[in-house]
Design a protein around this ligand. Structure first.
Ligand code: OOG
Ligand code: NI
Length: 457
């Protein structure tokens, strides 16, 4: 088929369309984008080395287009259809997140690009959660929620027809992409017309606000979009100055010389008008804005240390105290690229220096990379963490469920049920980072072959 538009192109167009839509729906998100752009500019002006580093690693161009979003669905078929939609955009399920441990009745994955070139172009990700009806304690409400979900279709008929067409043709021309994106946006935009009457909404809401959010509407509205900042502490304090209401604490690790994993904060959800099927009116509070700062991806060993120290730090009363507790606990976490690398705590991208290029023929797979680095033949850069953190995600969920006491029973994960609904096994994030590192080493002549082929079902 001639003139097929690439998945990277479709994702780029889609992420722009989502951002424009969300700016019209939640004007504070537009302000958040301005705030983050200001912070990033100030950081880059003051830290020329960081600027050079990002530019050398093709990270600068992705910074301003970089964002993630989040949606929540109610039944397996919805999740499986989303998988088809995102695959067309080069986004694949990565990771399994069990939120039930934090009393939130969902489990999740992140749809995201996985190849280095695709991530460099536009790393748009969508954190996607599936409601776990079996965790609703009240049987009458559980059945009611299931009945409502059974009758709805969150995808337009044209969207479904286009998915089938894509499968038949193996691609989309520009004119089909231009039809596909608005059809998909219909699913993700806000619908102020609910599909239930007010008393049903209130009953589900009283059980758990999240359940009302997932079940009572004809679509799975995007609930936030998140730009990437280079200094989240600055962004958090600026949010107050811009008149936004940031959540109490920044989630994730503390501020570091070498930023690790992911730090996140958000502003509180807005109250939006809703019209119910019995002509009554009300409001719904679900949609918010979030900011993230991304750092280096950790190996399983690094991640185990992160989880241990996060637990040890506990929860501070306010952000100041929380960050102090974190800093204290994380004094045990090495904070230099060299030590992180030597102790096998984080993933790195290897490349030859000019001197290394000149000695290309002398490098063998048996060489110790650390010696070549000291000799000036090899350079490394952090591999950026592209995924999410379950404890942080739970904090983001909770801060936007109105801070009410979550009376919900805690559950255990059920990855097998999630995979069955999705119709695929999410990729293991550690494998993806390890594979990236291995490929970069093998390009330097350090590994004889790349041993981790990517296979996406
Ligand atoms: C998702 C919350 C988690 C993140 O960035 O960790 C999340 C949701 O509220 O649906 O977005
Ligand atoms: Ni988020």
């Amino acid at each position: 088929m001639p003139n097929i538009i690439s998945a990277d192109d479709i994702r780029e167009r889609f992420s722009q369309a989502m951002s424009s839509l969300y700016q019209t729906e939640v004007p504070q998100y537009g302000e958040l984008l301005d705030l983050v752009a200001d912070v990033n500019l100030a950081v880059l002006e003051c830290h020329h080395d960081l600027y050079q580093n990002l530019e050398n690693n093709d990270q600068l161009s992705r910074l301003n287009v970089e964002r993630h979003g989040a949606i929540r669905v109610g039944k397996g078929e919805e999740l499986a259809t989303l998988r088809r939609i995102f695959q067309i955009m080069g986004m694949y399920p990565v990771g399994y997140y069990d939120l039930s441990q934090a009393g939130i009745p969902v489990h999740s994955t992140a749809f995201r690009p996985i190849e280095e070139s695709a991530l460099g172009r536009n790393p748009f990700r969508i954190f996607t959660s599936l409601l776990r009806l079996e965790l609703i304690g009240n049987e009458t409400l559980r059945n009611k929620a299931a009945d409502i979900l059974n009758t709805r279709d969150i995808f337009t008929p044209r969207c479904r027809a286009l998915l089938d067409l894509y499968d038949q043709q193996g691609g989309f021309t520009l004119s089909l992409v231009n039809q596909f994106i608005p059809e998909v946006l219909e699913t993700f935009r806000w619908h102020q017309q609910a599909i239930v009457d007010k008393s049903t909404y209130l009953a589900l809401h009283n059980e758990h606000r999240l359940i009302a959010d997932v079940v009572c509407f004809p679509g799975c509205h995007i609930n936030h979009l998140t730009p990437r900042t280079l200094d989240i502490d600055r962004a958090q304090s600026l949010m107050l100055e811009y008149g936004m209401h940031p959540k109490a604490i920044i989630e994730g690790p503390p501020r570091r010389e070498v930023p690790v994993l992911l730090r996140q904060t958000s502003f509180k959800a807005l109250m939006e008008p809703v019209f119910f099927t019995d002509q009554q009116q009300g409001t719904h509070t679900a949609r918010f804005g979030e900011i993230e700062q991304r750092g280096i991806a950790l190996t399983p060993k690094g991640r185990a240390l992160y989880d241990e120290l996060l637990c040890e730090a506990g929860l501070g009363a306010d952000n100041f105290q929380h960050q102090q507790q974190l800093c204290q606990a994380f004094s045990r976490f090495p904070d230099s690229e060299t030590v992180l690398r030597r102790q096998g705590l984080a993933y790195f991208h290897y490349r030859l220096t000019l001197a290394g290029e000149r000695h290309r023929q002398e490098i063998t797979p048996a060489d110790d990379p650390e010696i070549l680095i000291e000799r000036g033949w090899l350079q490394t850069q952090p591999i950026i963490y592209e995924d999410f953190l379950p404890v942080s995600a739970a904090g983001i969920f909770q801060s936007n469920l109105g801070g009410e006491n979550i009376t919900h029973q805690q559950g255990a994960g059920n990855q097998a049920a999630f995979e069955q609904a999705l119709g695929a096994v999410p990729a293991n994030p550690f494998m993806l980072y390890q594979q990236m590192e291995a490929r970069s080493k093998s390009r330097c002549g350090l590994l004889s072959s790349c041993t981790y082929p990517v296979t996406m079902s």
